[in-house]
Design a protein. Structure first.
Length: 161
């Protein structure tokens, strides 16, 4: 079940990001989130704005993510081309405990059900996320710059009518 995150979920959220950062380092992606990202202030802002979600299985928070409607400023310039300039939603900060399978696909389906035009980006070294993004049918569009100026691989998916 996916639901909006609540303050009572904060420990689960921070635990999941700690696990995810460790996994990323071990999987050859030490720089995407480093030791401090995602920024807790950004997560709290997303929560306050109703844009941060948790995925629960059997009463336990297994994954977290931000789902943001509207334009993302980091997507304004791309070395490449978007599939469409139409309104879209963005998926950011996806992470899990690593205890269950199929979570990313479940998140992507949930997001697509709410917004038929999605964008997402990830670090070049984040091979597990790249596989999940491509498996779900996102199309590679080019390279964008994250808020800190580092490059990210950008993808887009538009629901077919």
């Amino acid at each position: 079940m996916i639901r909006g995150a609540q303050q009572a979920d904060w420990q689960d959220i921070t635990d999941i990001y700690t696990i995810a950062r460790s996994f990323m380092r071990q999987a050859g992606n030490p720089t995407q989130w480093g030791d401090k990202n995602p920024d807790p202030a950004v997560i709290r802002r997303d929560m306050a704005e109703g844009n941060f979600y948790v995925l629960e299985r059997e009463g336990r928070v297994q994954a977290v993510f931000s789902f943001l409607p509207g334009e993302d400023p980091t997507y304004g310039e791309i070395d490449g081309a978007w599939l469409s300039d139409g309104p879209y939603c963005t998926i950011h900060r996806v992470a899990s405990r690593g205890e269950a399978h199929g979570l990313t696909g479940e998140i992507f389906h949930w997001c697509m059900d709410r917004c038929g035009h999605l964008r997402i980006d990830t670090h070049a070294d984040n091979k597990p996320m790249r596989r999940a993004i491509e498996k779900f049918g996102f199309v590679y569009c080019g390279i964008i710059k994250a808020h800190d100026g580092t490059p990210r691989i950008a993808f887009e998916k538009i629901e077919q009518a």
